[in-house]
Design a protein around this ligand. Structure first.
Ligand code: 7TS
Length: 421
């Protein structure tokens, strides 16, 4: 494999800040015109762009290693298996799992949460049991619980929030009782950017014997994740939200829970022995990985983790905080603009509405300026209803965004508003 210059030089400026211009060179997609304007990509909460290191990793895998894993004895099969399992080890260390076997590969956060709901949830929930779900959840961490509640007779109750988008911990405390079997909360809200106090909320849930499922889709790219320090029972994540490929994610679980859960899907890999009338299940993590997985993208996920680690999460977060503060200040100056989600603890997500203007019109016109934002309910329809709105315009920032791009966003919004008002 070729060594890129960027693979050996540090990503910091002389002043010790993140060298964003150097980082941008690693992301070929950013270097293009959209509608005749330089692309300004501010839809990172939907998915992040991929550095060359990740793209090269996919190409290299197909050029030099492609084979099915865990079942061949030939050299390519061993190479592919080794690379696939290397990602499991790397991800395990990245989130501080006690062991790689507790990291199960899935298609992403959505599949990870469904796995827990339809294995653990289905086996423990009984009529009248309660599942607490926060008011801030993505549909992926609400709908599976509504589905399993319908099947088992359990009840879903919503942990409320204040108008800033912060969960009401005292109310949560009151809701906790012996009836609560599962608490489902996100670490970071995709729509509002709120960082939830998950460590405290997990400890509180454990006080009544409930198991906590944390949706980490939006946290891994911004925060250091330590599943042991959090004492999370389950932690779900998606590679594409932190610079890795789509179609691959993971579920972390505590060993005792995973061992006692029934398998999710039946097929190859998840079995030890099969007879015409029965089967025995494989060990962790294979018990939950039926069928040929997404090998190439799993392999490339390691390149994304390596990339983030070389740059450092602390430096990324510091840079994103500067971007968020700048954007909050600039956009607040726009007449009639209201920021939705003003939690004290936030990541670099900025959702807003503007008096008398539909969010979709803003999104379409910003796109004409080459600026990519997301508009709508962001798969959090009940949350939008709680906020009394149909949707927002959302700008979400990543390590490669610049202060100049935020100036352009403000300029673009001002131009768009002149046209719409
Ligand atoms: N949970 C949260 C908090 C999310 O933000 C998302 C995706 C998911 C779950 C689902 O992740 P997936 O990888 O399984 O699809 N959020 C968004 C978003 O905010 N805009 O597009 C997708």
């Amino acid at each position: 494999m070729n060594t890129l210059i960027n693979d050996i030089e540090p990503y910091t400026t002389m002043q010790g800040d993140l060298d964003v211009q150097k980082i941008r060179l690693d992301f070929p997609v950013l270097n293009q015109l959209v509608n005749g304007k330089p692309l300004i990509y501010l839809d990172n909460a939907a998915t992040t762009q991929k550095p060359k290191q990740v793209i090269d990793s996919i190409v290299n895998y197909y050029q030099f290693a492609n084979a099915n894993i865990h079942r061949g004895i030939h050299t390519l099969a061993e190479r592919a298996t080794a690379e696939y399992e290397a990602t499991r080890k790397s991800l395990s260390t990245f989130i501080n799992s006690p062991s790689p076997e507790q990291v199960i590969f899935t298609r992403g956060t959505t599949e990870s949460i469904n796995l827990v709901a339809f294995t653990y949830g289905k086996s423990v929930l009984k009529l009248g049991d309660e599942i607490l779900v926060s008011a801030l959840e993505h549909h992926s961490n609400l709908v599976p619980w509504l589905m399993i509640a319908k099947e088992t007779g359990a009840v879903v109750k919503i942990i409320p929030m204040n108008d800033e988008g912060e969960l009401l911990i005292e109310e949560y405390q009151k809701m906790l009782s012996e009836k609560v079997k599962i608490v489902a909360i996100n670490h970071v809200s995709n729509s509002l950017g709120t960082i939830n106090p998950v460590k405290q909320m997990i400890a509180m849930a454990h006080g009544v014997g409930a198991v906590v499922v944390v949706d980490g889709a939006q946290s891994v790219s911004h925060l250091d994740i330590d599943v042991q320090d959090l004492d999370a029972d389950f932690y779900a994540l998606s590679s594409h939200k932190f610079y890795g490929p789509t179609g691959i994610g993971a579920l972390y679980g505590k060993r005792a829970l995973l061992e006692n859960m029934p398998p999710y899907q039946g097929g190859g890999e998840m079995i030890k022995d099969v007879f015409y009338n029965s089967f025995t299940v494989n060990e962790l993590p294979y018990k939950f990985e039926a069928g040929t997985p997404n090998i190439a993208d799993t392999v490339a996920l390691k390149a994304a983790i390596d990339y983030i680690q070389r740059i450092s999460k602390v430096k990324i977060r510091d840079h994103e905080n500067v971007l968020l503060a700048h954007a909050t200040k600039l956009l607040s100056e726009i007449d009639g603009l209201k920021i939705i989600g003003q939690a004290k603890e936030k990541v670099s997500v900025l959702s807003f509405v503007i008096d008398g203007v539909h969010h979709q019109d803003i999104g379409i016109l910003l796109d004409q300026e080459g600026i990519a934002v997301r508009t709508g309910h962001h798969c959090t329809q009940p949350l939008m209803e709680r906020c009394g709105i149909a949707g927002t315009t959302r700008a979400s920032f990543a390590m490669y965004n610049t202060l100049e791009e935020i100036n352009q966003l403000q300029w673009g919004l001002t131009k768009v508003l002149k046209m719409l008002r």
